[in-house]
Every structure is written in C-alpha cells, then in structure tokens.
Design a protein around this ligand. Sequence first.
Ligand code: PEP
Ligand code: MG
Length: 758
Amino acid sequence: MTSEAAAAARTILTRLHEVMASRANAQAKLNNVVEVIGEGLDSEVCSIYLLREGMLELFATRGLAQEAVHVTRMALGEGLVGTIAGQSETLNLAEATAHPDFSYRPETGEDKFHSFAGVPIVRRERAVGVICVQHVDPRRYEEVEIEALQTVAMVLSELITNAGLVDEEEALRLSAAQTGPEQVRGLTLVKGLGSGVAVFHQPRITIEHVMAEDTEAERQRVYLAFDKMREQIERMAAQAEFGMGGEHEEVLETYKMFAYDEGWSRRINDAIDSGLTAEAAIERVQQRTRMRMRQIDDPLLADRMHDLEDLANRLLRIVSGQLGTAASQGLRGDAILIARNLGPAELLEYDKRRLKGVILEEGSLTAHVVIVARAMGVPVLGRVRNLRGLLREGDQLLLDADQGTATIRPAQGQVEAFEARFARSRERQASYAKLRDVEPFSRDGTRITVMINAGLRDDMPNLSLTGADGVGLFRTEFQFLVSATLPARERQTRLYRDVLDSAGDKPVVFRTVDIGGDKVLPYLRHNDGEQEENPAMGWRALRVALERDGLLKVQARALLEAAAGRTLNVMFPMVSEPWEFDAAREVFESQVRFLKGQKKVLPETIRYGAMLEVPALAEMLDVLAPRLSFLSIGTNDLTQFLFAADRANPKLAERYDWLSPAILRFLKRIVTSVAGHQVDVTVCGEMGGRELEALALIGLGIRRLSITPAAVGPIKELVRRIDVSEIGEAMSGWLAAPPPNLRTELQAWAGDRGILLD
Ligand code: PEP
Ligand code: MG
C-alpha cells in the first residue's frame, strides 16, 4: 500500500469509524457508508450489493435510483457485479458497457455513468458481496482509489458479518457451485480412496476485527510478530542444516528473504496507518500482492508467491495468537489433510478415524511421513502443485490416490462415479481378505513368507486381518516420535509386551530406534550441537545408539523383559561395519547378564539380525553372516545410498527406478553372498509391497518380504499366480544382459501370463 493510498484510506476509515460507532441500524449504516465512500473517492455513484437467497442484491446506493434498492438482483457470474463476486476479482473499467459481461439494468438509471470499479467483499475466502463506484467521466480509477476501496471492503466484511446481513454457509455453498469442480494430478504415494472436506494443516486465520482502536498498539503487535517470525525461521534454518526440518533449503532462503524484506513490513505498517488492525493490514497487503502476481505468468514467481503466502499466514497466526495446527483444533468430520509437507509425528497427531486422506504439495515415496500414512492406511497424493491456490478450506474433495488425482468441489455425477469406484475397491479389498487364511505358495510350490511392517500398537490388528506370517519390521522409534519426552523404560516394555501378546505365535522383529535423518526428536539433540550437512548419512540410527548407549541399554532391557519366556527377534538399523553389529549385540548381552544376576526370567531364545541399508556392509557379508540369525534389507535407505539420491527430496522422487539393473544386481549379490549361511534374508523396504517390484525380488531369490499391511492381499495373490523358477530364469537373463527398460519388460512378462497387476 502506498502512503498516498494510506492517506486516502485513512480519511475514509476515520469517517467509517464514526458510521460504525453510531447507534444506527445496519441498513442505515450501509446507507451512510455509500455516502462516505462516494464522497471520499469523488464518485457520483457508490453501491453495495450483498448476497441474499443466492443472488447479489443491491442493498444501498448513492447515485443510482433509490427505487432499485432491494429490487435489483444479479446472479453470481451475471453482469459486472456478478463477475466480481463470482471470480473474487477487482474490475476497473473506463467504459463499463464495453465489458463483455456488462448487463444493463434500466431500473437503476445507470446509463449516464461510464467508468466503473468494483471489488469483492470477502469473508472466509468467499465473496459475500460487492462494493462498486461509478463515474460520469470515462476514466479508469487510480490505483490508490482501488486500494482504498479494497480496504473499505474489508471493513464492510466485518460490519455485515456482525450485523448478520449475509448467510456465510450459503456463501460457501454458492461459491463452491460457482467455482465449479477442478481436478488436480499428483504422484501416488499411498494408494487408496478417500473423501472429505479440505483441512489445512496450517489453518488460515479468519480476521475478526478490521478497524483498529489504537494504531500504535497495532504497530507494536506487528513489530513483535515480525521478530518472532524471524526467530522461528532462523531456528528452522538451523534445524534444516541439522536435518530436522521438513522444509527445504530453497524455501527457507525465500522465507528469510521475505522475513527481512523492508518493503513488506513497510507496506504492512502503511496499512496499519490507514486505520487497520495488524491482522487486517497483513491480509490487505497480501491481497494486493496476490492481485499483482495474478497478472504475471511466471512459474518461478508463482513458487515465490507461494512461499510468501506461507509466510504471511505464519505472521497472521503469530499476531492473532492462533498458533496450533489443524490437529490441535481436532477434525470435526471426514477430512482430507492439505499440507506443503509434514513430519511423521505431525501426521500421527490427527484422529485416525476422521483422516481420510492427505494431499501434499511435496512428498516422496519413502519419506517417513508417507511410511506412517501407509501404516495408518491413509491414502496420500503428493507433489500437487499450487494446491492451496485452487482450494479453500472446507471445500469438498474426492481423493483417488490409485489414479493419482483429486477432485475439488466435485459435481454430483463425479461423486456418484467415485462412490462406485470406492465400492469396487472395497470389494477388491474384501476379496483379498478372503486370502487371509490362504498360505502364499507359488504355482511351483515355493512358500513365500509375507510379513507386515508396523510401528504402533494400533498396527497390530493388521496381523490377524491380513493373515500375514508375522511382523518383519517393528519400527520402535515411532513410540519415540509420538512422545513429547523420551519414553521411560516401563512404557517401552509395556508397548513391546503388548505387541508380542497380540502377535501370539507369530514372530515380531523389533528394530532398535532409528532416529535422525527425517525422524527428528526435539528432546534428543546432537551431542555437541554441531550441525550436519547430510543428516541421512549422518548421526542417526545405530550411530546414535552406540554413542548414547544409555538409550540402547534402556531399550535392550525393555525388549528383554517384554520377551521373557518367549523368542526375541531384534535387529539393528544402519549397520555399516561388522563391529557395529557386535557392539550393539554386546549391549544386549550385558543386559542379559545383568538380568540373569537379578534372577529375572529371560527370553527363551534371542535372535540377532542386522539391517542391510548401507552398501558397504554388502562387501562384508562373508565376515558378518556367520554371526547373524537374519538379515533384513532396508531398500529405502539402501537405494538412496546406491543412487546418491535423498529419499525425502521431492525433486528426485521419480528419478531412479527400483527396477533398475544396478539395484537388482546389487540385491542379487547380497542373496548370493549369504547363501550357504544359516541366515534368513528379508526385504523390508517399501519396494517389497509393490507388485512388480515384489515379482522382481522373488526372481532374485528373495523368499521373505515384510511389507505394508494393505499390500499383503495383493502380494499373496501375486505369489499364487507365479512360477518361481520361471521368474528366476527370466530375471537371470535380464540381469546378465539388461534390457533398456526392465520395468516394461517385467510388465510384459506378467501380462503375457495373465497376472493382473493393480
Ligand atoms: C529402509 O530403510 O528400507 C527401512 C525399512 O527402514 P526405514 O524406512 O525406517 O528407514
Ligand atoms: Mg532405513
């Protein structure tokens, strides 16, 4: 806002203040408002249209025929007024009749006026009315005048809401109908279907008060909020370097640039000077930026705009004290969560029963938030660009993550088609449920062990629901992620005991905590406060556990006690060299000795395993294998290291294929290296839960998979349809002389044999 505009707006606002403070009724106030604005902007005409019973009705006018008041009505999208409300956009025309949407209303007597400017009156992101000015002279209004009009529109929004002049629910319905359906595409991160209303993880703030009582106090509030916001950003930047933030560096750089941008804070201060509250001033400046950016068609700038929206929203939340995420407010009904990115712990804060889906603007297949969502059975669509530009909070959404699409504000026909697909998908799930008690033998009689990945107590019912052979990976760090403080030993013991109890005779493989990387614990900081450049390759998993061995000792005790009298399967994440496995095992063994000394009941058997996630370990398997009971290949980490491609970086999400010869040859080598040792080999990365990938793994000689529960049915079905020796032979051929595209080759192989893949 320029200072000229601020002065114009200030004069008008001072007078509006008097009008608002008067004891007149709402209609009389509106009558006064049009006078004040008409005079202030030196316009013969000023009119206010408000939404009533689905139409924009002329509520007050200066300059048009008074008989037209409450008589002239326009539909949304009809005439200039309807266009402004329908599109939520400002019009500024030298010659109104020249506009294609112009619709002449004789009862108003408006034919002598040529110039026309109008802005929408917006409440909760929906137009609830229009204020417009008209002039005899055919001239466009100055920008300062338009800005003053926009400021007035904000004030009017408060007035008409307080006076109950419009029905907000109706406005919501109408604007949805007006905007119409929209379809967005993204990358399927977790398959599935879901419907609900859009809930923003970072909720938009509704501005309750627009006109300030005390300008100096408002200035102070914004000043403090800027300070706090800058502090937050500095902290986020520090955490990102340390690998703890979900945000990417580029975004943070832009955040920083805006947070320290003098122009931005000055414009906000100018808007406060014109008489607005801090919240209204921030929003006012944002509206103006939005309008300007709309005229520039540049994707790079659009991205920056996005960042500025984020930041303005953050500033609004700080200033208004509404700091919580949508999780802290609770979900009121079926919801689809919308976020730029999320941490796994943030996702876990949502009510599982109401969370029907997640749409991320970023996201990648193996990011932990996605793994958590998969475990929760929540479909996720990722990498949807400019989602928050197309969508408003409360909009209805149909999420079809199977097809990688989401429909915003669906039409009735779309809802019906979606319901039909949903029903079919449930039928398919039910058909998989029938496989619950069927053992997965291949056509040529090979038994494939199919287990599930889990991490929470709530995941355990999946074991009997799917009929899986056990839990091949229990991610113990999930308990740490959802706790505000380090979980005490008793709590750990209780969880592990409950998990073993619910598994009954089936085995559970507990993985010791894997924290660091994108799994951040606020209460467990780096030893010496040093920041890491590459956290995924940094101080994480077993590296933390061996250095902070108190953590591992406690966990060892908890696991040993929980498994008293039973079998304990425990494995260590991110083993890079054999000695690390030995050291971790020794921590457990020393606890065994301690418990023996205490005459405590010990596990009947303890089986130690290692995860193979670091490529270097593959070269040392001849040394390590004799000491192992089992080996679990964590392909999520392993492949990120093989390709040097950050698993959480959305830019690389589609870059490399799990079905590349390099990965498959590497895995084959692991299988060959441990053959002859008494070591079970399992694949527990996300790869094993995808049909084509599972087919390839079986072809490599993998006989044990630990996968997401939803994939158990489809993978069992796949196993029953294939001939293990046949795919083994085909795979040997492909690995010896790799075809240009192994994925299409495998697809064709499956297609030729009538093996239907989802
Ligand atoms: C893996 O890396 O493949 C794995 C299973 O562990 P996580 O995804 O928890 O890192
Ligand atoms: Mg891993």
